[in-house]
Design a protein around this ligand. Structure first.
Ligand code: FES
Length: 298
């Protein structure tokens, strides 16, 4: 489903760049992120596309079943963790509703006169958003893969064929992105294009062999035990410590928390490698602790 969101008072909405998303409050305390996929020069509305997934954690289901034309939802200003950087050529890869952030990127590439191509995979054509519009744009550059007819997009060829000055932008299911990352890592470093990925849901962050540890919320003067398979976030909430969160998948940054002691085991997709190395903050929804005790500024 496609949703057009306008300000209640009709005011102009804040500007955004391709790759940006907005937070939407589904119900108080439940916030989900949706990529903007409309025309960014039309400041009267934000457009999002929402796929109904069997794995929905409430957000997509709510928007599909409950929200109707004219209803009000609360949304935050756009943020962008997936910005389009200059490149010789853009190789876009989308799986399912992962096409959403890619659509405005293609618009931008076309506006700039840049080289681009799109590989877009989905279970069946009728369930693939924007497919007809994209094909109309430029049939030579748009390759559609429906699982029953063509199988999945050829990830190893996509990673191998991209040139070093190119940028690959990929968004879609975690399995597709993980496979692409593996294929990309297998290309010789001097032959690799830059790879940018946007995840809608995280890989499994609980590994077998995870050990129990203690978490101390220093400001609340509360200590809790984090069991294997339990998140720091849940352990703290069970102990009565309030922690903000949204995606609970290590993607959005809402639960970023200052680390005062201990060695975080970072498992999120939000912090940069340098930020992870500094161990100054961590995402308590997915990351754990490599030492016996973790102290947080909470
Ligand atoms: S709640 Fe989104 S990163 Fe933790």
């Amino acid at each position: 489903m496609r949703f057009d969101l306008a300000a209640r008072d009709g005011a102009e909405l804040p500007a955004w760049e391709p790759g940006a998303h907005i937070d939407i409050e589904i119900v108080p305390g439940l916030v989900r992120q949706y990529s903007l996929c409309g025309n960014r020069h039309d400041r009267s509305r934000y457009t999002i596309a929402v796929g109904l997934e069997s794995t929905s954690r409430g957000g997509s289901e709510f928007l599909h079943a409950v929200v109707d034309v004219g209803d009000e939802v609360r949304a935050a200003v756009p943020r962008n963790r997936f910005p389009l950087v200059p490149a010789d050529k853009y190789v876009f890869l989308a799986g399912g509703v992962g096409i959403s952030p890619i659509v405005p990127m293609i618009e931008e590439a076309r506006r700039e006169g840049a080289e681009w191509e799109l590989h877009y995979g989905g279970r069946r054509r009728s369930a693939m958003a924007f497919v007809a519009e994209l094909e109309r744009l430029d049939p030579q550059r748009v390759r559609i893969y429906t699982e029953c007819v063509h199988g999945r997009p050829p990830l190893s060829r996509i990673a191998a064929d991209a040139e070093p000055g190119d940028a690959i932008y990929a968004c879609g299911p975690p399995s597709m992105l993980s496979e692409l990352e593996m294929e990309h890592a297998g290309v010789a470093p001097d032959r690799r294009a830059r790879l940018h990925v946007e995840r809608f849901s995280a890989r499994h962050s609980v590994a077998s062999g995870d050990a129990e540890f203690e978490v101390v919320a220093a400001l609340s003067k509360t200590t809790a035990t984090v069991a294997p398979g339990q998140s720091v976030l849940n352990a703290l909430r069970s102990a009565g410590v309030s922690v903000p969160s949204s995606c609970e998948a290590g993607i959005c940054g809402s639960c970023e928390t200052k680390v005062l002691g201990g060695t975080p085991d970072h498992r999120d997709y939000f912090l940069t490698p340098d930020e992870k190395k500094s161990d100054e903050t961590m995402m308590v929804c997915v990351s754990r602790c490599a030492s016996a005790r973790l102290t947080l500024e909470l």
